[in-house]
Design a protein around this ligand. Structure first.
Ligand code: P6P
Length: 338
């Protein structure tokens, strides 16, 4: 009967969030409604991404479709869907998307208390070769949402009330934290529901994998170069780490979260602030790592303490297993002393 109970006692993401909400009697369910609209966006993108390969075969994605209409590129389509879903939720006042140069200020009639920052389809350059890609999002509370201003979107990551990603790969997995741990949900297409499959994810304290684009090695600074050298030629008695780099942040971070290890996108001479965006790549992934018992570091400070000045600002990032990130923090601290 236990197996039956498991099968019939479905913990859907909606039920999970409602349980969380019941822990905050003062909440009016706004957050649950907001999340249900984020989940709707993820379901739509999952369905579109899965068809992309097929569409490519029959000439739909990226070119004109059979009706001769210009088929929107998937990342633009995904962005449209998320913006519309979030605005129509009536629970947001500011939206920051990787796809939009300017922030979206929601019309007064539909304004709510949340600011959502997101990358609707991160890693979309990998779509045509079938590599996993994903949506990354973070949620801030806005105190005065009647007249929202841009500085209410430029909050340090530690102020986030929720963060997560949805990975579109062999299955559609949504990993979410609302500030009390990390949980993973897998889309059951036959139900159209995200079911809890990875309860209370904790990242291993130390890992055996490092994840970085070695092609940038020529431009790395001292501490990063030294750290990677130590991964490959460790001190006597320990074994080298394995290199795993997919080049799609959601896939690399998901593997790091589940298996342990460290993901690095350092600054380099070409890009002194690194490549990854603070608001909707660095902050949400750093939030999840800390909630799972890991940590996230920019080379100078705790990633979530960063105060962004611009909505598309970049930052170097080192995130993953607690002990692995400690090692690179020590190398940067030693350099700062010299
Ligand atoms: P590089 C994808 O384009 C992306 O924004 C992230 O998903 C990924 O981690 C990174 O860039 C890969 O960058 O320079 O190694 O190709």
């Amino acid at each position: 009967h236990a197996a039956d109970a498991l099968r019939t006692d479905l913990m859907t993401i909606t039920r999970y969030v409602l349980n969380e909400q019941s822990k905050h009697p003062e909440s009016r369910g706004d957050f649950t409604i907001l999340l249900s609209h984020i989940v709707l966006g993820c379901k739509f993108v999952c369905s579109s991404v899965n068809k992309a390969g097929l569409a490519k075969l029959i000439g739909l994605a990226g070119e004109t479709n059979v009706q001769g209409e210009e088929q929107k590129k998937l990342d633009v389509l995904s962005n449209d869907v998320f913006v519309k879903a979030l605005v129509s939720s009536g629970r947001t006042c500011i939206l920051v998307s990787e796809e939009d140069e300017e922030a979206t200020f929601v019309e007064p009639a539909l304004r709510g208390r949340y600011c959502v920052v997101f990358d609707p389809l991160d890693g979309s350059s990998n779509i045509d070769c079938g590599v996993s890609i994903g949506t990354i999002f973070g949620v801030y509370m806005v105190k005065d949402f009647t007249e929202p201003t841009l500085d209410q979107a430029l909050q340090p990551g530690k102020n986030m009330v929720a963060a997560g990603y949805c990975m579109y790969g062999s299955s559609c997995t949504l990993v979410l934290s609302t500030g009390s741990g990390v949980n993973g949900f897998t889309l059951d297409p036959s139900l159209g529901e995200f079911i809890l499959t990875h309860p209370d994810i904790k990242i291993p304290k130390k890992g055996k994998i490092y994840s970085v684009n070695e092609g940038n090695a020529k431009n790395w600074d001292g501490p990063t170069a030294k750290y990677v050298e130590n991964c490959k030629f460790p001190k006597e008695g320990s074994s080298p780490k394995s290199l795993r780099y997919i080049g799609s942040m959601v896939a690399d971070v998901h593997r790091t979260l589940l298996y342990g290890g460290i993901f690095l996108y350092p600054a380099d001479k070409k890009s002194p602030s690194g490549k990854l965006r603070v608001l909707y790549e660095v902050f949400p992934m750093s939030f999840l790592m800390e909630q799972a018992g890991g940590q996230a570091f920019t080379g100078k400070e705790r990633a979530l303490d960063l105060l962004p000045k611009k909505i598309h600002e970049r930052s170097p990032i080192f995130l993953g297993s607690y002990d692995d990130v400690e090692e690179i923090k020590a190398l940067y601290a030693a350099e700062a002393k010299n």
